[in-house]
Design a protein around this ligand. Sequence first.
Ligand code: HEC
Length: 274
Amino acid sequence: MDRFPSIVLAAAFGCFAISMLLSALYPWAITDAKQPEASIADVAANITEEFAELKRAYPVSFRQKLGDAAAAADAPLEAMQAAHAEALQRGRDLYIGEGCWHCHSQFVRPVANEEARFGHIRTPAEENNALQRPVLWGTRRVGPDLTNEGGKRSNDWHVAHLHNPRSTSPGSVMPGYTWYFREGFQVFRRIDPNKAEVAGIDPDTAYPYPGLYDTEEEARAALETIKANLDPTVAEEGDRLFVREAVGPDGDALCIIAYLQWLGTWFPEKPTEE
Ligand code: HEC
């Protein structure tokens, strides 16, 4: 019986050693030698719809973080691809730095019908890319698995959620990342006063349009553009538009969202059989 504590201690260290070894061996074992590791440029080549939309919606933050070349409305594809690559890398670094992986996995396990809940199970070739170095499989799930997060939610949802998760997901324990938001001016639309009365909603309730501007003039110009492009059937909404101070995503927030919107959207080309 005297030896019992030392046996338990040895067994504990043994389990620890085995898990360390497996964590190292498993990525190596699933890597397909025929398929070279995809570079950041490879995985960024296909511009997601959401990335293009982030640029249109938040031109100022986009330019500040990702440069003038890509921010231009008629930016050539190569400039957009370079900006996408930069955003994915920055987003991934912030995902690591903020410890998002403490609460989120990026690993749909081929058991327990996880596929039905979290979607496509990644193949080794899909994992074999520079953005999965280090692998971000995570260890536990306080929040849902993010393997296939890309395209699942709108950019607007992510903006609101990143600032205050409780605003989109009541009761969420995820912290708000307010330090990726900055002050500026934004266009809002007040709700229809008649409908507000019928529904018993405060008639001063207003909803923001995406887009955060440094000066009131810039925001007013955006308001005019929105007004001019309103569908004729709802033209009267134009009179309910106004500009006020607000907080919106900065360049880093755009990178985090670009990264989330990319997850699960990249598939490598099939290797040609010799
Ligand atoms: C304390 C744990 C925790 C941390 C840290 C955390 N999250 Fe979450 N996350 C959650 C929980 C719980 C949910 C589910 C409820 C919700 O939607 O907020 C969630 C939901 C999400 C969703 C929505 C998934 C979906 O489609 O339903 C995204 C995206 C997300 N988190 C991204 C992030 C990012 C990016 C970070 C780091 C900047 C992060 N999370 C950090 C706990 C966490």
